[in-house]
Ligand binder design. Structure first.
Ligand code: ZN
Length: 244
């Protein structure tokens, strides 16, 4: 199964003028932009939630993980254009590779082509200030925990859009928590008003098939379906390579 194309990206608003974030974001005058960042992360979290199995009212469905990501990114960009969104363009910046649970980052060249590279701390420190990088890493650490806990046996759940949506909610909330804390520490230091983030998940919510679907029966049906799809893909690969 080609999972690399399913790399779980973290969306961030990339500055129009350059890919680089300001090198500093720990000054009092940085508070408003950090607050905007927090609002954006909360918006993304809420959007992924609507695709998750926890959404009880009108859950959205996505055809694939790629479809899920495209739909969230498009909706995010549409929201950014509204007065509430406050402008900018959202792009994937960093991600976790479901194949080996390792970090990767997205790099766009001058022609606008994006490549995915293994995580490089030095490069990331050049591109993002500490506060931003720290919350991005908190987000990715959450994906890495899910990825490792799933193990080889259940890894195929990372190809199921609503499971991935649930894992994104958890990851965005981990990032939001880190960002909220830095903002409030900075606000206190600057004698400014801090902020209170909203959370949709219990902090102890575990991201496993059983905990996300809350029904053994549903988990088994999805696992069976994934196994069948894998067998069919393997068979197709075999006959395909035989012809070449
Ligand atoms: Zn993510």
């Amino acid at each position: 199964m080609k999972l690399l194309s399913l790399l779980l990206p973290l969306f961030l608003v990339v500055q129009a003028s350059s890919q680089d974030y300001p090198k500093k974001c720990d000054r009092c005058e940085d508070l408003p932009s950090l607050m905007k960042e927090l609002k954006e992360q909360e918006w993304l979290r809420s959007r992924f939630y609507t695709f998750s199995p926890w959404e009880k009212v009108y859950p959205r469905t996505a055809g694939s993980v790629k479809d899920l990501q495209t739909r969230v990114q498009n909706a995010f960009n549409a929201w950014l254009k509204t007065p509430e969104g406050g402008g900018g363009v959202g792009e994937p910046t960093m991600g976790t590779n479901p194949e080996d649970c390792k970090l990767a980052f997205f790099l766009k060249d001058a022609d606008g082509n994006t490549s995915i590279l293994p995580y490089d701390e030095k490069q990331m420190k050049q591109r993002f200030c500490k506060t931003i990088l720290d919350y991005m890493l908190a987000h990715e650490a959450s994906h890495q925990r899910t990825c490792r806990a799933l193990g080889a046996k259940n890894k195929a759940f990372l190809t199921v859009p609503e499971f991935v949506a649930a894992d994104e909610v958890k990851a965005y909330e981990a990032g939001i928590k880190a960002l909220e804390k830095t903002i409030n520490d900075l606000a206190a230091r600057c004698k400014e008003k801090g902020t209170t983030a909203t959370y949709l998940l219990n902090p102890n919510q575990e991201i496993s098939p059983a905990k996300v679907y809350q029904s053994e029966d549903k988990v088994r049906r999805i696992a069976d379906m994934l196994e069948r799809a894998q067998r069919e893909a393997d068979a197709a690969n075999k006959s395909g390579s035989g012809r070449k």
